[in-house]
Design a protein around this ligand. Structure first.
Ligand code: AMP
Ligand code: P6P
Length: 342
């Protein structure tokens, strides 16, 4: 039960206090992200009312038709990060190449940000929750202009990661490696307020999230796991419940609160998996692990994968420890072979 109002601002400053030598750069970067999210939230909440729906003629690097809100979100996060001065590079799902922020202040900044500005954006038009996913790394070089190889760091190197979810309420959920905390935006004061301190997966999960429309194209191990979830077994409280929103942030957020597993395997149409390692899976994996869960590509811990390119895709299984461990039993039994799984 929360009895005291703690704003995100107060929380960030309090946590900075745990690092006596901190300059405040990370705190400022987290604030820049929360500001951009408030601006995006304002537009998402009235998407049906203004001419912001509909498709742009352009396509993003994924070859997906860009919705105006995708572009709007991308622009505003880049603007906030560029003007904040604490980040020297932004890598975005919406852009082929990273943005190198060369203004006087930013070019010597020690952080870089990888972001999916509006994940699940195809759901905006049907009023379903969407989200922003972000990941913060330190530069690996202490001088000279930042280079692309500094973006391709393992997920274990993340300084911070989190998501904003624009749903029935707007929340920020993030970690800096010392647990996961959730903040709900109070529109009446324009502040994110601590609403879910120390978030942890419930011990037992019984929700599985997967697009079963791809069933015929799943590896045998995943097919058998789905059948396991559907079997009657009182002792293990099965059948489980199937819930799939189609916005990973929303599915992960629900599973984090209620317990569950999210699965996006490699399929025939996406032989490397669909989800992106650098700005979708790594930040979510950091959150999941910090909340007591597991995140894997079926054979390897997501955070241990060395990215080979910025828009690399991976198979992604993440959630409650007991459920991911059970899936792994099926994967081991079938030696889940996928040439793209390291
Ligand atoms: P800074 O000098 O502000 O970049 O902070 C140096 C390091 O201290 C960061 O990379 C974090 O590891 C930690 N730190 C600083 N501020 C915070 C904060 N507000 N929350 C969590 N960790 C922080
Ligand atoms: P499918 C949204 O496009 C996204 O990247 C994730 O947010 C979501 O979990 C997944 O793709 C949905 O993909 O193929 O099930 O529509």
């Amino acid at each position: 039960m929360i009895t005291k109002l703690t704003t995100l601002e107060q929380f960030i400053i309090d946590k900075q206090g745990d690092f006596p030598f901190a300059t405040g750069e990370l705190s400022s970067l987290l604030r820049d992200l929360s500001l951009a999210a408030k601006i995006v939230n304002r537009e998402v909440n009235k998407a049906g009312l203004v001419d912001i729906l509909g498709d742009l003629s352009t396509c993003n690097v994924q070859g997906e038709q860009q919705k105006k809100l995708d572009v709007f979100a991308n622009e505003h996060f880049i603007k906030a990060l560029s003007s904040g001065g604490e980040c020297c590079l932004v890598a975005s799902e919406e852009l082929d190449d990273p943005i190198y922020i060369n203004n006087e202040v930013s070019k010597s900044a020690k952080y870089l940000v990888c972001i999916d500005p509006l994940d699940g954006s195809s759901n905006v038009d049907v009023n379903v929750s969407v989200g922003t996913i972000f990941s913060i790394y330190r530069r690996t070089k202490s001088e000279g202009p930042i280079t692309l190889d500094e973006v391709l760091q393992k997920g274990t190197e993340q300084v911070a990661a989190g998501y904003f979810i624009y749903g029935s309420s707007t929340m920020m959920v993030y970690t800096t490696g010392k647990g996961v905390n959730g903040f709900t935006l109070d529109p009446s004061i324009g502040e994110f307020c601590l609403s879910y301190p120390k978030m942890r997966f419930p011990e037992q999960g019984r929700i599985y999230s997967i697009n079963e429309g791809n069933y015929l194209r799943f590896p045998q191990s995943v097919k058998e796991y789905i059948k396991y979830c559907q079997q009657n077994d009182k002792d293990t409280d099965r059948p489980y419940t199937s819930r799939y929103i189609g916005s990973m942030v929303a599915d992960i957020h629900r599973n984090l609160l209620k317990g569950g597993i999210f699965l996006y395997p490699a399929t025939l149409s996406h032989p490397k998996g669909k989800l992106r390692l650098v700005y979708e899976c790594n930040p979510i994996a950091f959150i999941v692990e910090q909340a007591g869960g597991i995140a894997t590509n079926g054979k390897k811990r997501i955070l241990d994968i060395s990215p080979s390119e910025l828009h690399q895709r991976v198979p992604f299984f993440a959630g409650s420890k007991d459920m991911v461990n059970k899936l792994s039993e099926f994967i081991e039994k079938h030696q889940y072979v996928n040439e793209f799984v390291e």
